[in-house]
Design a protein around this ligand. Structure first.
Ligand code: 13P
Length: 252
């Protein structure tokens, strides 16, 4: 059975005190038991977040990892380092990493391999640009993004993989994909995963939607069959809004 998940990607927002305050505020909520909640603060605050959340079910996720274990890679952070501070999850392939930091499919494949080999769970992000959608190339593009990366992993690895479909044109723009557009892509991806492996993989992988999800549109998106939750940017910076989005994903 696949899990319902809501994850907050805080991106490059919140200083130390703001991070502590938001984590502390989130801890106070009684989140529904059927939704797994994750947050992704900036690197310097991951350890503090893990410590503050010791007695909580909220999981801490890193926003990125480097594709090597250790060594002369100034400014980078490895899977092993994250594990050593109790971070067991990482985002990989966010469109901002692809666009601003030149992360190609080849680099992302290395990152996925390193993360999985170090027993990190990954949330792998993918999605098309507006131009791809306008030229009706979005399914082909997403298929290629997945073929070049996660679909190279063996069947066993999929218990540690979560997918996040984030159409680039919907990120931070206020323009959300319609629930139908999200469902159509999620269904396409799930069917394709079934073709590549079998339904023991496709039925169990959680596929999140990301891109301008807010309390007012969350439930209609999450109600779609193949949408298992959300990866939330802007709205996850408000504890109140994030909680409403989490509640929107609960069936309890
Ligand atoms: P917004 O929710 O701000 O559109 O960001 C989505 C996102 O990029 C999450 O990773």
């Amino acid at each position: 059975m696949r899990k319902k998940i809501v994850a907050g990607n805080w991106k490059m927002n919140n200083n130390f005190n703001q991070t502590k305050d938001l984590v502390t505020e989130l801890k106070e909520f009684n989140f529904p038991k059927d939704v797994s909640v994750m947050i992704s603060p900036a690197y310097p605050f991951l350890k503090t977040s893990v410590d503050l959340l010791q007695d909580s079910s909220i999981k801490v996720v890193s926003q990125n990892i480097h594709q090597k274990n250790n060594g002369a890679y100034t400014g980078e952070v490895s899977s092993e380092m994250l594990k050593s501070i109790g971070v067991n999850n990482t985002l990989i392939g966010h469109s901002e990493r692809r666009a601003y930091f030149n992360e190609t499919d080849d680099v992302l494949l290395e990152k996925i391999e390193f993360a999985l080999n170090n027993n990190l769970n990954i949330i792998f992000c993918f999605g098309e640009e507006l131009s791809d959608r306008k030229s009706n190339n979005h399914f082909k593009l997403v298929k290629t993004q997945l073929d070049n990366t996660v679909l190279k992993m063996n069947k066993e690895s999929w218990k540690n993989i979560i997918l996040a479909y984030e159409p680039v044109w919907a990120i931070g723009t206020g323009e959300t994909a319609t629930p139908e557009q999200a469902q159509e892509m999620h269904e396409f991806v799930r069917n394709y995963i079934c073709e590549c492996y079998d339904n023991s993989v496709s039925d169990n992988v959680s596929i999140l939607y990301g891109g301008s999800v807010k309390p007012s549109n969350a439930s209609e998106i999450f109600n779609k069959n193949d949408v298992d939750g959300g990866l939330i940017g802007g709205a996850s910076l408000s504890a109140k809004d994030f909680n409403l989005i989490i509640e929107a994903n609960s069936s309890l």
